[in-house]
Design a binder for this molecule. Structure first.
Ligand code: SAM
Length: 281
């Protein structure tokens, strides 16, 4: 098996296929041999099969295929399936689909391709679509055992922050509603070719069986969260009053009733306080 994290192998493979990196598609390929086995080990720890997003030349795909019964990988770049056919030729448990993963219905995919299997999702993500992709996977509420994702370090810190802390944002609350999130290990920018401008980290998401809080109407809950974080320097009262068109007195009495103070900012509120606010407003 070729070491697809070896710089010489990557360069000769890409040269042979006349491939140049697309910045637009977030193409930074991994060159650290330690990273993919760790990601694959975690993803496959309680799964029989894996959905991968953006295999590139297959460095993570081969590690997943060594541990899972089946891997289905979605690659948007039309030039890469030919490369992958060659680099992954010794595996018979990998299917490459040349499609934008943002257009995939994860529930349909699992029914069609993975009947009776426990499925994980794993990816070294193209950073330009980190949030829509992760939120797409979570909101699908598909029966996956876990998600293991490489993301920009800053994005990982925000996605895995504890609600009620300075690092928290609207996406933190959204992720926590659907999953338990944790930062697993850091990956420096020097582990990629070409090297991105920022460091990365691997995060793990384990979907909740039931939401951690009772919010009543989910659509309204997320509207409240988004409005509360819309202007980070402003207080929750001002954000919610202007964002949702509710008189300040109404927002203030709801805030007091859920134990927050009048000048609270969104990052100070817990999941329970957001849920209570959403039910009251
Ligand atoms: N997995 C490889 C690695 O670790 O070296 C490549 C990772 S690279 C950061 C992201 C990959 O995602 C690229 O191969 C890119 O072409 C692909 N990609 C970008 N947008 C995509 C999308 N919407 N759906 C599927 N693949 C996508």
């Amino acid at each position: 098996m070729k070491d697809l994290s070896d710089l010489r192998v990557i360069e000769s493979t890409l040269k042979k296929h006349g491939f140049d990196f697309s910045k637009k598609l977030g193409q930074n390929f991994l060159t650290d041999p330690q990273v993919c086995p760790r990601m694959a080990e975690l993803a496959c720890s309680n799964a029989d099969a894996v959905v991968e997003i953006g295999p590139g030349i297959g460095v993570l795909t081969q590690q997943l295929a060594l541990r899972a019964k089946k891997v289905v990988a979605f690659e948007l770049d039309r030039r890469l399936p030919a490369v992958l056919k060659e680099t992954l030729s010794e595996f018979d448990n990998i299917e490459i689909i040349n499609q934008d993963f943002l257009e995939v219905d994860l529930n349909d995919l699992i029914c069609e391709k993975f009947e009776g299997m426990r499925v994980a999702v794993c990816a070294n993500l193209p950073y330009y679509i980190t949030s829509p992709l992760i939120m797409g996977v979570l909101t699908a509420r598909a029966p996956i055992t876990r998600g293991v994702f490489m993301v920009q370090k800053e994005a990982g810190e925000r996605l895995c922050a504890d609600p009620g802390t300075r690092e928290a944002g609207a996406v933190t609350i959204a992720v926590r509603y659907y999953a338990a999130a944790r930062e697993v290990f850091g990956v420096p920018r020097t582990s990629f070719i070409p090297a991105p401008r920022v460091d990365s980290e691997v995060i793990e998401l384990i979907p909740n069986q039931t939401p951690p809080v009772e919010v009543g109407d989910e659509v309204h809950f997320f509207r409240v969260v988004k409005a509360a974080f819309s202007q980070r320097r402003k207080t929750v009262v001002n954000c919610l009053s202007s964002g949702l068109g509710i008189p300040k007195e109404g927002v203030l009495s709801a805030l007091r009733a859920c134990g927050a103070h009048d000048r609270s900012r969104a990052e100070e509120l817990t999941m329970e306080q957001f849920a209570a606010l959403s039910r009251m407003l």
